[in-house]
Design a binder for this molecule. Structure first.
Ligand SMILES: [Zn+2]
Length: 433
């Protein structure tokens, strides 16, 4: 223990001096932000238009995720009984009440990593979710917030600025310690980066530099000096967290939400998969990962929380919710965007990745034909229809819907028909896009 403590300052010093000598970001061996390309999604999937009627069902390589799900990300700071700084504090009672409100509103608290896995198309999440994050690394997050989160069984993420951890140049008596962070890590808490010294990261802005002796100077950095400092803030912070805690850091919360394209680029190159601001908004499947908005919850603005919950809490009340699933996930045949050389194609989709399908609920609509009598094989999840009446248009839209776990899911796609090959008179071709 004493040895560990003794080498601590050394590690810290080493880490930052390494950054100084090596200003280029560590090449990203880690996966950068990625969304599945259509090629990936169909790879190993549909047998292609030439093999109509092939016996084996197409393989589903990824689960079909509900792309209509929405997530609120909340950001909290200190939990204190007596509010002195209402901009960053909340009482434990008010915090606990909000955690309960999420439950009462039917909003599922999921982990930040599950949210990202869903955005990668790797994992499904419930239709309405929330992610809870705590910023800066206050000890009240360990002592007060964590027990409340345990009570609800909610996962959460800590965004830490490393010089603010106790023992760091900015870590005072109210700061969390590395030992407490290690305890959280051992119990499944997600720990992520929030820079080294928590300042505006844009070039030319006033920043404060702390000299080793503790002397602080206000300055503006530009050019190579700024770049060196930025590396420490964005890359050094990630490296220190990863080395001290033996974790993988893939998320970056930007202090005050103050950043620009250059800061984003540095963060992307460092291997961050997602970046977070404080401009709260419901996160959808297509929200860009480099600017995910969080709702900062403060004691003097209780309406922020209430309004956020309203944004998604009531959206599906009343009308039946329909979850749209991507056609590429269903290994459709013909594939979305393909052109076939027959006016009598075999139309197929594989629903096995959607979940438990109620067999009687499977329906297919074909443009120009309406609802068609499909055959559905519950064993393979394949729904198919052999067109028996020549399709007259040069493009055809298919809508497949089904009920899964009481919920309606729907996918639609469009393929083209090569008029000449089809050998049938078709309507005038539409201009090329
Ligand atoms: Zn912060």
């Amino acid at each position: 223990m004493t040895i560990r403590l003794a080498i601590l300052p050394l590690l810290l010093a080493l880490n930052f001096s390494m950054c100084k000598r090596n200003p280029s970001p560590t090449a990203s061996s880690e996966p950068a932000t990625s969304s599945p390309t259509p090629a990936e999604a169909t790879a190993g999937g549909s047998p292609g238009p030439g093999v109509a009627g092939a016996a084996s069902a197409p393989k589903i390589t990824k689960p079909v995720v509900d792309q209509t799900a929405q997530t609120l990300i909340f950001c909290y700071h200190r939990l204190v009984d007596k509010i002195r700084y209402p901009g960053t504090e909340i009482t434990p009672t008010a915090f606990e009440a909000e955690m309960k409100q999420l439950k009462d509103a039917g909003i599922t608290v999921i982990s930040l990593q599950d949210l990202l896995a869903w955005k990668r198309g790797e994992k499904n999440i419930p239709p309405r979710c929330a992610v809870i994050t705590f910023d800066d690394g206050w000890k009240s997050q360990y002592e007060v917030a964590w027990p409340i989160m345990k009570k609800f069984g909610y996962p959460f993420t800590m965004f830490i600025y490393t010089e603010g951890v106790r023992g760091g140049s900015l870590g005072g008596g109210e700061a969390i310690t590395w030992e407490q962070l290690a305890d959280m890590r051992d119990n499944g808490v997600d720990i992520q980066a929030h820079t080294a010294t928590h300042q505006d990261l844009r070039e030319g802005h006033n920043i404060m530099l702390a000299a080793p002796g503790g002397k602080r100077t206000k300055t503006k950095l530009t050019g190579p000096q700024y770049e060196e400092w930025l590396q420490k803030e964005v890359v050094g912070c990630k490296q220190l967290l990863e080395q001290r805690l033996g974790i993988k850091v893939n998320c970056f919360a930007v202090p005050f939400g103050s950043y620009n394209e250059h800061v984003k680029e540095i963060a992307r190159n460092a291997g961050y998969e997602a970046m977070f601001t404080v401009y709260g908004q419901p996160i959808t499947f297509t929200s860009p990962n480099d600017s995910l908005g969080r709702y900062a919850i403060e004691a003097n603005k209780p309406k922020v929380f209430v309004d956020a919950v309203k944004m998604i809490g009531t959206s599906s009340a009343g009308a039946t919710a329909v979850a749209e699933v991507g056609a590429t996930n269903l290994s459709t045949q013909p594939a979305d965007g393909d052109t076939v050389r027959t006016a009598l194609p075999l139309i197929k989709a594989n629903l096995s990745g959607v979940g438990a399908i109620e067999p009687g609920s499977v329906q297919m609509r074909v443009s120009g034909l309406g609802v068609v009598p499909v055959s559905y094989d519950p064993k393979t999840g394949t729904v198919s229809y052999q067109v028996t009446q020549k399709l007259r248009e040069n493009s055809c839209t298919v809508i497949v819907s089904a009920k899964s776990e009481g919920k309606k899911v729907e996918a639609h796609w469009t393929f083209g028909i090569d008029a000449a090959a089809a050998g049938a008179p078709v309507s005038a071709p539409t201009p090329k896009k």
